[in-house]
Design a protein around this ligand. Structure first.
Ligand SMILES: [Zn+2]
Length: 372
């Protein structure tokens, strides 16, 4: 991974390059983000830059033997630690699977890592056994490059045993860099936090997300990429989750919501709310976001018919149909409620009741003009 392959985080790249050039880079570093904004990618690109034989002022060369080995994830001086399943296991036990996932792209989240292991509902952690192994590995001299790098992905999964690593983070052995990559820095032991130089990543723009998605999923339809990028709220792993479930699923669910409500079909409204109740919490939130996005697009189509709508063919047809039966005021009511519902889901409301209410609300919006 090179800096040039990461879309976004330009000011951090500049800062990192400057510090690396002036030897002002700390040896214990924290890359922090709240969602997938590129922390693992940035850590990996920084490791490549450090191990590279011939870096430019802005990036690793991508050509030397070190760069080539890092790209294949076979460099003996690049180490990884990450959450695993089972207290008697270490990252080494899961390396083939982790390497396989990371070779595809560095934008996955913990859930996607666990999905890759077919262990979605299991508890992941970085166990004591791992800490002992890290200490042992870091006490060795670099094998091939002048430096070695350890990337600890999600140090928030280190238990109390993380304290054993303190000494290492406080004073990494010569020629050793330790990069901790976190999604939740508030869960990291304070004692570890205080020893690291921090680089905090910002959410990506819609354009940066769509460029990243195009790199990861080149076969995906550009219209779909554009829509998903706008729903992803700056996070690539969210975008990947949405793309996995398929935009189609959200479109159908959205269309059925309004269709059954318009017809006043109580039986199907009930079935609809049950099916949404069975979505994962993340998917329920995406559904709400998708619906909000759709309704807002519809709103702007009504206000300014000349403006080009970012919808695919199927959605465009539905939007044209809805334009005839939904007033601006009704759309506004639905948008307001959906916003509220996103908040309720976030706070673990009973979604069975919640989505039935949403269906009833739409029915009222169509039929009970007094309400809107
Ligand atoms: Zn190189």
């Amino acid at each position: 991974m090179l800096y040039s392959e990461i879309h976004g985080q330009e000011s951090l790249k500049t800062q990192l390059n400057q510090r690396l050039d002036k030897s002002g880079m700390a040896h214990s570093v924290l890359f922090s983000e709240n969602e997938a904004h590129g922390a693992l990618a940035l850590a990996l690109a920084t490791a490549t830059r450090i191990l590279c034989d011939n870096p430019s002022p802005t990036d690793a060369c991508g050509e030397c033997r070190h760069c080539k080995k890092v790209a294949k994830l076979v460099h003996p001086d690049l180490h990884f630690v990450y959450p695993v399943i089972g207290s008697d296991k270490t990252s080494e036990d899961y390396w083939p699977q982790f390497r396989e996932l990371l070779l595809k792209h560095p934008w996955f989240n913990l859930n996607q890592w666990l999905q890759h292991l077919d262990s979605e509902n299991k508890q992941a952690n970085i166990p004591a056994k791992e800490c002992a192994l890290i200490l042992q590995k870091m006490s060795l001299k670099p094998f091939e490059a002048p430096n070695k790098v350890l990337i600890i992905w999600l140090p928030e999964y280190l238990g109390k045993d993380g304290n054993r690593l303190l000494k290492l983070l406080e004073e990494p052995p010569g020629h050793t860099y330790i990069f901790a990559v976190t999604r939740n820095k508030h869960k990291i032991l304070n004692t570890i936090l205080s020893r690291c130089q921090e680089y905090h990543l910002i959410p990506l723009s819609v354009l940066q997300i769509s460029s990243t998605l195009t790199d990861i999923l080149p076969e995906m339809n550009p219209d779909e990429i554009s829509l998903i990028s706008r729903m992803a709220e700056g996070s690539v792993s969210t975008a990947l989750d949405i793309s996995q479930a398929g935009n189609e699923k959200y479109f159908t669910t959205f269309r059925n919501w309004l269709l059954y409500a318009y017809k006043g079909d109580i039986k199907n409204m009930n079935a609809w709310s049950k099916s949404l109740h069975n979505f994962s919490k993340e998917q329920q939130k995406y559904f709400i976001r998708y619906s909000l996005q759709f309704l807002r697009t519809l709103q702007s189509m009504i206000i300014d018919p000349s403006r080009e709508a970012m919808l695919d063919e199927q959605e465009f047809k539905t939007a044209n149909g809805l334009k005839k039966i939904l007033s601006l005021q009704t759309i506004q009511t639905l948008v307001k409620q959906l916003d509220q519902y996103h908040y309720y889901i976030e706070r673990n409301a009973n979604t069975k009741i919640l989505f039935m209410n949403l269906a009833i609300l739409a029915k009222k919006a169509f039929h009970d003009k007094a309400m809107v």
